[in-house]
Design a protein around this ligand. Structure first.
Ligand SMILES: [Zn+2]
Length: 428
């Protein structure tokens, strides 16, 4: 027979091993209630020989008096709710006068320990906030305030060095097209770090100006590339504030504009041809038309070529869109410029109003478009699109966001790559 260890495991031993606070002792740990109301209460007392620390300067100070007992929620143990109980001391600091002592597991007036806030905040990335609250027997508000604390700490401690490339974009969220249903997002899109730097309500010049201001003049001065859509308000702010950086129009946005134009032509034409046999060619073609032509296979591909041969307006619009892909493969700016002229000339003679509109827009921004060739290899075009998709996952996931502020927190929390407050023990 193997000899069994003689010491029994006590909860106090576990607590001391995972989170020991110098100057404090776990006095008693009791289990109360029964059935579903079973809970654990941890009473904490100050260590007799160690003086309390001033809450502001952390210097040991003589005691003054004690405040009534407070309660903090701690990380649950085996599905049991755990609370800390402690009556804070007031200390008399030479510099700061009488004040509440520094309590290492607490943050201001919050009724949840920092360990529990970190625990909830980490889970809130994997589950919805409501699910997190339910799984750990706490309230939605507790999860919300935990994420808030986590994000605020992260924003205050993040490093904004070596930010060379920015991506600026607008995102639609929620229902309707009202102005405050849009967000302006600023990403860092460097090879070494891709993250959300800033998010703000609306998509006006003022929004972007506020964002750049909050990132600080040092970040703006260090920029080499700024990548954006052809959205007017952004173009003028970027030109005014980051004129030293190379401004690039994002490839994926231009593809988006072309796709929208093709879709417009298709919708108008299928409405016009309703009931005619030739109109059948357009049925169920929407997604095939919007995909990159080389990626359409099988039966759909045959139908696409049929459409092209039919001389329908949709076929011609699709052909123009596909043709534009060649633009990106040029090595020389001069040749790319030549191609752009040729393509716009063709589009303007196509008698397809949506395609003509895109051509006029591209002509207007020719200089910025050609900047793309100067930045080739430095800024990858898929990054902004990828980050946008991740944002959509967050805004659509039913987090039960009740306010804009809650959603903003969730975006920083999931995409900001923020540093995290440290805890000696990782609870999850
Ligand atoms: Zn002090």
């Amino acid at each position: 027979m193997k000899k069994q260890p003689t010491t029994q495991l006590e909860v106090k031993t576990v607590l001391n091993a995972i989170q020991h606070f110098v100057g404090f002792v776990y006095q008693s740990i009791r289990m109360l209630g029964s059935g579903s109301s079973l809970r654990v209460e941890v009473a904490i007392e100050p260590h007799r020989g160690i003086r309390g620390k001033c809450g502001r300067c952390l210097k040991a100070c003589p005691g003054y008096d004690r405040l009534p007992e407070r309660r903090w929620q701690f990380v649950p143990l085996w599905g049991l709710v755990v609370h800390f109980f402690y009556a804070p001391r007031r200390v008399e600091c030479l510099e700061h006068g009488v004040g509440v002592e520094h309590i290492p597991w607490s943050q201001g007036k919050r009724p949840v320990t920092t360990a529990m806030m970190g625990f909830l905040a980490r889970w809130a990335r994997r589950l919805s906030w409501r699910e997190t609250a339910r799984a750990f027997q706490t309230s939605w508000e507790a999860v919300y305030h935990s994420v808030e604390w986590f994000v605020q700490w992260g924003l205050a401690h993040r490093q904004l060095e070596a930010v060379h490339s920015l991506g600026v974009d607008e995102i639609h969220w929620g229902q309707g097209k009202r102005a405050d249903r849009f967000l302006t997002v600023i990403y860092q899109i460097d090879q070494h770090c891709r993250r959300l730097l800033w998010v703000g309500r609306r998509r006006t010049q003022a929004t972007l100006r506020r964002g750049l201001k909050e990132l600080g003049p040092q970040v703006v001065a260090g920029l080499r590339y700024v990548c954006s859509d052809m959205w007017g308000p952004y173009l003028s702010v970027i030109a005014a504030q980051a004129g030293h950086a190379l401004h690039i129009l994002d490839r994926f946005h231009i593809t988006q504009h072309l796709n929208q134009a093709v879709d417009e032509v298709r919708r108008a034409e299928s409405a016009r041809l309703r009931g005619q046999t030739i109109g059948a060619r357009l049925k169920k073609m929407r997604w095939n038309l919007l995909r990159r032509g080389s990626r359409v296979r099988g039966q759909a591909r045959i139908r696409l070529y049929g459409l092209l041969a039919s001389k329908l307006a949709t076929g011609r619009a699709w052909d123009l869109k596909e043709c534009f892909h060649h633009f990106w493969s040029y090595k020389s700016i001069a040749w790319a410029g030549g191609f752009l002229d040729y393509w716009c000339w063709r589009a303007l003679r196509s008698r397809l109003e949506p395609m003509k509109k895109v051509a006029r827009m591209l002509r207007r921004h020719e200089e910025l478009l050609l900047n793309w060739f100067q930045a080739k290899g430095e800024v990858s075009s898929g990054v902004v699109e990828g980050l946008n998709n991740k944002i959509r996952v967050v805004t659509r996931r039913s987090y039960g966001f009740r306010t804009y502020h809650a959603m903003e927190l969730a975006l920083y929390h999931n995409l900001g790559r923020l540093p995290e407050p440290e805890n000696t023990h990782r609870f999850c």
